[in-house]
Every structure is written in structure tokens, then in C-alpha cells.
Ligand binder design. Structure first.
Ligand SMILES: Nc1ncnc2c1ncn2[C@@H]1O[C@H](COP(=O)(O)OP(=O)(O)OP(=O)(O)O)[C@@H](O)[C@H]1O
Length: 296
């Protein structure tokens, strides 16, 4: 563990009765990183995060947050902002009262108006929680992560139920928090958001990491694809190994060097006067990595 390590999980094990939900899991999150903990349903993400947040006790292994046990609530909790899947604000409180309550509970300093502005709920300040829409409730949940600019922020499926504008606004706010030095741990099933925003990803499956690394480290394990069709049969043999669709007109090329193979294919088409119809060159996406592990 170095001075820049914010979270240090070492050989964590968690069980429910006889069911071993998290198995010897180790990872670290460094200061300023956005670390995405992703995985298949039931992989153990929530159980792991609950332990890191100090809500659950490990069966074995150690968890350190800012170098201390997350169970040391006073020392550690005031430095964390946790946006749960549902915060459970009292339905009878107004939005403004709920945000003020976050301040009181977190013991962090901030101005309620500033937080309302960031989560775009100023116009709803005096509205009761029970009268908010699903997306507005989600933005109120986000206030728990924003209030007092916590050093460590947990975002548990933060954009579920948000429209595209609210999503963009949330990610802008997260970017701003990161500029101010916050470290972020994200879980989400929206893989394109993780692909776009995460520095590193821990990909869980059946209680352990299937892979861990940057987006490019994860996606480089699978080939990218080039797809096209030909209007007529090819006048010369294709320059690359391709799968056809049976009638010889649709082709799929799998490649670990997309720019190079695209260059070769376009050069071949040009030299032979061939029209490549419906040409699509797609880099490997996290979805592809996911599909590969889900079929294990
Ligand atoms: N209180 C509990 N009692 C028994 N089993 C549990 C309990 N909580 C979780 N589990 C089991 O532990 C495993 C991991 O659950 P967990 O909620 O950590 O997964 P997850 O990765 O967050 O899943 P999801 O993406 O579906 O939310 C699952 O198989 C789940 O059924």
C-alpha cells in the first residue's frame, strides 16, 4: 500500500450461510482514480462495496480505506460520499430539508443551495420527496455524493432512471469533483458509461475478478470486427481471412490490428475497383468482453 492508495482490499472473502459470494478478492484504488466495479448479476459487487463502505464485516481478508478499517466510522465515514441505489430519504421531508440532513449526517461543510444547484433541484427545493419523479429522486440521491466534496465517492448505478440530459449533467458534476481531487468508485450496468469514464475496471464474475485493468487492457483481449458486403463476386481473392454468410456477399473479418487490416482491405478494394457496401469497422466494446464472460 502506498500513500496514494485510497482503498486496499486484500484477499476478501464473504459468505451468506454456506454460499461463498466473494472469493479471495484483492484490488486497490488510487487517489484521483475512477474505478469501475462491474460484473454479471450476482457477481458480488454489492457485497464487496458494502464491506468497503463499512456496512458489512469480512469473513476473512482485510479492507483498508484511507489506511484504516472502514468500520472506524468517525475517522472514515465523513470522508466518504455514498450514493446508494436508493437513499431512503423520508417522504415527508422537502428536498431542501433532505439535503440539509445529508450535511448534518456527513459532518461535511457545504451550502445547501450550491448542492441543489449541482443536482439541478433548485426549483424543487420546497417539494416533498414523496412528490418527486423517479429521476428527480435519483438526482437527490446524487446529492449525498456531492455534499461537501467528499474525498471518496461511491456511485452505485448512478444514472439508472435518468434521462440523457440528467445523465450528462451528472457526469459533468462527477468530472468536476474529480478535478477537485475526489476518488470515485462506480458500479453500473451501463457499460458504455464505464468505458467512457473509468480509468480502471474490475470485472467480477462468480465472486472473483475475471479481469482487471484499463478499458484498453480489457478490450484488447478480444478482436475488433470489420463487416462489409460485396455487390458482385470478388474479382480477386480477399486480402484477409474473412467469414462469409454463405451466399458469398456478406463478410466478417476479426482482427487484433483494426487500422492495419482496414488499410489493407481498402487498398485491395481500390486496386480492384470493388465497392465495399455497408462497411462497418467496430472496435471491441466492453459489451463484447461481458458477453464472453457471461457465456463461461
Ligand atoms: N443477504 C443475502 N443472503 C443470501 N445470499 C445473498 C445475500 N445477499 C447477496 N446474496 C448472494 O450473494 C451473491 C452476490 O450478491 P451481490 O448482491 O453482491 O451481487 P451483485 O454483483 O451486486 O449483483 P447484481 O448485479 O445482480 O446487483 C448473489 O448470488 C446473491 O444471491
Amino acid at each position: 500500500m502506498t500513500s496514494t492508495t485510497v482503498i486496499d482490499v486484500d484477499r476478501l472473502n464473504l459468505s451468506y450461510g454456506g454460499f461463498h459470494a466473494v472469493k479471495d478478492l484483492s484490488f486497490q484504488v488510487r487517489k484521483g482514480e475512477l474505478y469501475a466495479l462491474l460484473g454479471t448479476n450476482g457477481a458480488g459487487k454489492t457485497s464487496t462495496l458494502e464491506t468497503v463502505e463499512g456496512h458489512r464485516v469480512a469473513d476473512s481478508g482485510t479492507v483498508r480505506v484511507f489506511g484504516r478499517s472502514p468500520r472506524e466510522r468517525r475517522a472514515v465515514r465523513s470522508r466518504m460520499g455514498i450514493m446508494l441505489q436508493e437513499s431512503g430519504f423520508s417522504p415527508d421531508l422537502t428536498v431542501k430539508e433532505s439535503v440539509a440532513l445529508i450535511g448534518a449526517l456527513s459532518r461535511r461543510d457545504d451550502a445547501v443551495e450550491r448542492v441543489l444547484d449541482i443536482v439541478d433541484l433548485k426549483r424543487k427545493s420546497d417539494t416533498k420527496v414523496s412528490q418527486l419523479s423517479g429521476g428527480e429522486k435519483r438526482r437527490l440521491d446524487f446529492a449525498t455524493a456531492v455534499y461537501g466534496r467528499p474525498e471518496l465517492i461511491f456511485l452505485d448505478e448512478p444514472t439508472t432512471g435518468l434521462d440523457i440530459q440528467s445523465r450528462d449533467a451528472l457526469w459533468q458534476a462527477v468530472d468536476k469533483l474529480r478535478e477537485d481531487g475526489s476518488t470515485v468508485v462506480l458500479t453500473t450496468h451501463y457499460l458504455e458509461e464505464a468505458q467512457q469514464h473509468a480509468d480502471r475496471i474490475g470485472l467480477m464474475h462468480k465472486g472473483t475478478f475475471h479481469q482487471e485493468g484499463t478499458v484498453s487492457e480489457l478490450t484488447r483481449t478480444l478482436p475488433a470486427t470489420i463487416r462489409f458486403s460485396l455487390a458482385t463476386s470478388a474479382p480477386a481473392p480477399l486480402p484477409l481471412l474473412a467469414d462469409g454468410d454463405g451466399d458469398g456477399k456478406m463478410f466478417l473479418i476479426e482482427t487484433f490490428d483494426l487500422p492495419q487490416d482496414l488499410y489493407i482491405l481498402l487498398g485491395w478494394a481500390h486496386a480492384n475497383g470493388v465497392e465495399l457496401r455497408d462497411l462497418e469497422a467496430g472496435p471491441t466494446r466492453l459489451d463484447d468482453v461481458f458477453r464472453a464472460i457471461s457465456s463461461d
